[in-house]
Design a protein around this ligand. Sequence first.
Ligand code: UTP
Length: 464
Amino acid sequence: MSDPVIDALESAGQARLADSIRALPDDQADRLLLQVASIDLPLVERLVRELVRDPAQAAPGSIGPAEVDRLPADDAGRANRRMAFEAGEQALRDNRVAVVLLAGGQGTRLGFDHPKGMFPIGPVSNAPLFEVHAAGVGATRRRYGCDLPFLLMTSDVNDAETRAFFEQQMLFGLQPDSVTTFVQGMLPAVDPVTGDILREAPDRLALSPDGHGGIFRAMGRAAMLGDLEERGIDVIMTFQVDNPLMRPADPEFIGAHLLARAQMSTLVVAKSAPEERMGVMATVDGRTALVEYTDLPSGLEAQRDDAGGLLYWAGSTGVHCLDRAFAMRLATGEIPLPFHRADKRVATVDDPDPQAPNAVKFEAFMFDALPLAERTATVEMAREERFAPVKNADGTDSPDTCRAAMVDRAARWLEAAGATVPRGADGASAHPIEIDPRFAQDAADLTGRIPSDFVVDGPLLLRD
Ligand code: UTP
């Protein structure tokens, strides 16, 4: 069989897969060829060479603590944050902002059989994660009278179901032309020794999403950045599907990013404990970088400064602001983003039930763009206001801990507005409470919206 795709496979060093395709019945071979044609073979060839066959051992860089725009502790700090908030609000009113929801991941740890964004999280309403985010976008648009394009990144593993869900839910009330879905790339898993591309079935490659760093190439492919430029948008805020406490297009974060004239900014929160498994912001060889908890040299996680504070306390929420022109340079490859190898268990035709890692996957991470930026900002926000991710089915960072954080925040906002919230012996609200982002996006929004003698006497859902 002679076929340009088979020829391309052979010249990319994938003769074994080419042979397997030749041995297949025509219909199966055709299906596999279609899949092969959709992957970036020259990239796979380079990744196999650099990360599998001949991996270079990068010398670990010299790590130092990050410089962080800390939560205000005095009047001057509060005035700075107010200025940032107002600058962010102005950028929104001026239609300079777009948001990207990262929803292309596989959500393996949660083990939910649908896109993670469909997971019901509302403590009272059971609203899915997607609805909470869409409601935040809608509320921001109304408040600032802005377009605020909502870009939704999916991947082949969840694109069809995600689109169908949004359609079925009528885009949660958002205007159809204001929501754009785009699909990130997929990369094949390869054999850890030979670098051969693996198949999960005779006629199917073992493919997985190319990591959240795939956002840049995907936005480039979808010609999205040029479109944003034409619309005068120069700030892109990206956030993650699994954290319903995040405020899409957060004015304070956007303003802090703009006032710092940063090309890329990261929203951080204080780690809950030195050993929390969370990537921390640091400097590596003098440049801003995220260091994953697995890469932090042992002992550093507990190191303290003279005042007794943790040196590496700034945990990344994975939320970023990007300057559009900087994102464009990453999208075109002018500034290349590195890829990482991850050794994983992958069910393949030769090894359907692996008991140990049998495959290498390649992934790019958004935060790897940080050291490539000329200017960055690292902005702290209050953890209890902004961060409660759903990662695991139970235990830490699970639906239970996330819902508890949602209720707790709602209770605090209500109390700040003068309401009485009965609390149990553990200090938690005695009743589940939920505040829809369309009703209020922060404590101040509740002012005047509830009577001052308001008492929470049962499950409460505040929504318009
Ligand atoms: P995670 O790294 O937590 O991955 O993604 P995940 O897929 O949600 O969960 P696990 O690791 O398989 O259990 C953080 C955010 O980045 C997005 C996810 O959808 C989530 O919003 N993401 C991750 C992508 O958009 N694409 C990817 O390739 C990976």
